[in-house]
Design a protein around this ligand. Structure first.
Ligand SMILES: *Cc1c(COP(=O)(O)O)cnc(C)c1O
Length: 411
């Protein structure tokens, strides 16, 4: 069921065309486990095509459970075909593997999710696929780096960790003019902040692929790893499925069950963490120890106008993930910043986001970028992901710990 109706995503994810077994109606769909599935006879065995979702052939090629989750994710992100992968990073890898071959070139934003750059430097380079990093905040830079053998452009909005929001529409228009495939890491937007398959709202501009770390918002529990790749193009979907099949990549039904259980609440959780993160980001604006707040929905953050155009096109509050960074004063020492992160009590030290517990990570941006981005102040970057704690309690924790660890005389 991917037919579009006018209901909101939150409604579509609950009132979804799943057919329960006869006389068994319950809030959650059944979970189906199989490596082997039976065929009624040899003729059926020979006839069934695993690429056709109307038929089951073997566990790696899909079960009623994986198909149900794939369809619901299509409703969430607005795609037509979806595959599930065992992590968000596998979703990125499978996308690249599906469309690239030796001799091809790809472009990655310099501020992209770090492991996607590491993959390009590792396996892709070893397979004879070259890459160049582009400045996501400068569509001209992207245009100047597209070569005759450029097969794929990766996109991400906002940038990883430094949270600057690119002119995604401008970047996409460059790719469209050069007829090059586009893949968006849609983990931050999650299908809720903007529509990657209809960026302008008139059907004229669409990415070719979205890759999504379901580990973050669709799970929401900090306890499941999964990813998805989605497209509206049947031929590209077939390429994805062939790559998945050749590599034997699939996900387990228990993990699918966890995501299906969390998905009906995704828009509520996303909105709650968004509100909370904005309160915290605003609080940081008033702190002497902080020289820059990096949250695309906060006025003055790099790319704020691009965020507004894409995620709040009608004005109003718009949508954003519950994630932001702050640049702490350069005259603080790294030891002070580390002590601050260590001393927070409600924020735990840990990677990822979208889970119930607030998280903090100090990052060394200089080591993650080709050059220090001109829109970033000098200083120590710390990233926060807001959980579901009361924001007043989180602000109290921050305030107490700033006093204790980041008390200094600003020069
Ligand atoms: C977390 C994340 C991934 C990778 O997801 P995993 O499930 O941790 O492999 C990819 N892209 C972005 C933007 C992420 O935040």
């Amino acid at each position: 069921m991917t037919e579009k109706n006018n209901a909101h995503i939150s409604t579509q994810l609950i009132h979804h065309g799943y057919t329960p077994p006869a006389d068994f109606q319950a809030p959650q769909p059944g979970i189906f486990k199989a490596s082997t599935v039976f065929f009624p006879n040899v003729a059926a065995m020979r006839q069934r095509d695993w690429k056709d979702k109307s038929a089951y052939t073997y566990g790696t090629h899909g079960t009623p459970s994986s198909f149900t989750l794939e369809e619901r994710l299509c409703a969430l992100e607005g795609g037509k075909h979806c595959v599930l992968t065992p992590s968000g990073l596998t979703a990125l890898a499978v996308t690249s593997f599906a469309v690239l071959k030796t001799g091809d070139h790809i472009l990655l934003p310099d501020n992209s999710y770090g492991p996607n750059k590491v993959l390009a430097d590792g396996e892709l380079a070893a397979f004879g696929i070259s890459h160049t990093f582009y400045d996501a905040m400068n569509p001209q830079d992207l245009a100047s780096k597209i070569k005759s053998n450029t097969q794929l452009v990766w996109l991400e909005a906002p940038g990883s960790v430094s949270m600057e929001f690119p002119d995604l529409i401008g970047l996409m228009k460059v790719c469209q003019a050069h007829r090059v495939l586009t893949a968006l890491d849609n983990t931050w937007g999650a299908g809720l902040a903007f529509k990657p398959f209809d960026l302008l709202g008139d059907g004229s501009l669409s990415v070719d692929f979205t890759a999504h770390a379901l580990t973050k918002y669709p799970s929401g529990g900090g306890d499941v790893l999964m990813g998805s790749v989605m497209t509206c193009n049947h031929a590209l979907a077939l390429k994805l499925k062939m790559t998945m099949s050749r590599l034997g990549i699939c996900v387990g039904p228990n993990d699918i069950e966890s995501i299906l259980r969390s998905l009906p609440t995704i828009s509520l959780r996303y909105a709650a963490q968004d509100q909370s993160a904005r309160q915290l980001a605003q609080w940081w604006k008033g702190q002497k120890a902080c020289v820059q707040v990096l949250h695309p929905a906060i006025d003055g953050s790099p790319g704020h106008a691009h965020w507004q155009a894409l995620c709040a096109p009608q004005g109003g509050a718009g949508h954003a993930a519950g994630l932001f960074s702050v640049m702490l004063h350069p005259s603080l020492t790294q030891a002070q910043v580390d002590a601050f992160c260590d001393s927070l009590s409600l924020f735990k030290l840990g990677y990822s986001w979208g889970g119930p517990i607030s998280l903090v990570v100090p990052y060394n941006i200089a080591s993650m970028r080709s050059n220090w981005p001109s829109h970033l102040q000098q200083g120590h970057l710390v990233r926060f992901s807001t959980g579901f704690e009361d924001p007043q309690d989180l602000i109290h924790d921050l305030g107490k710990t700033v006093k204790q660890c980041l008390n200094f005389q600003a020069s």
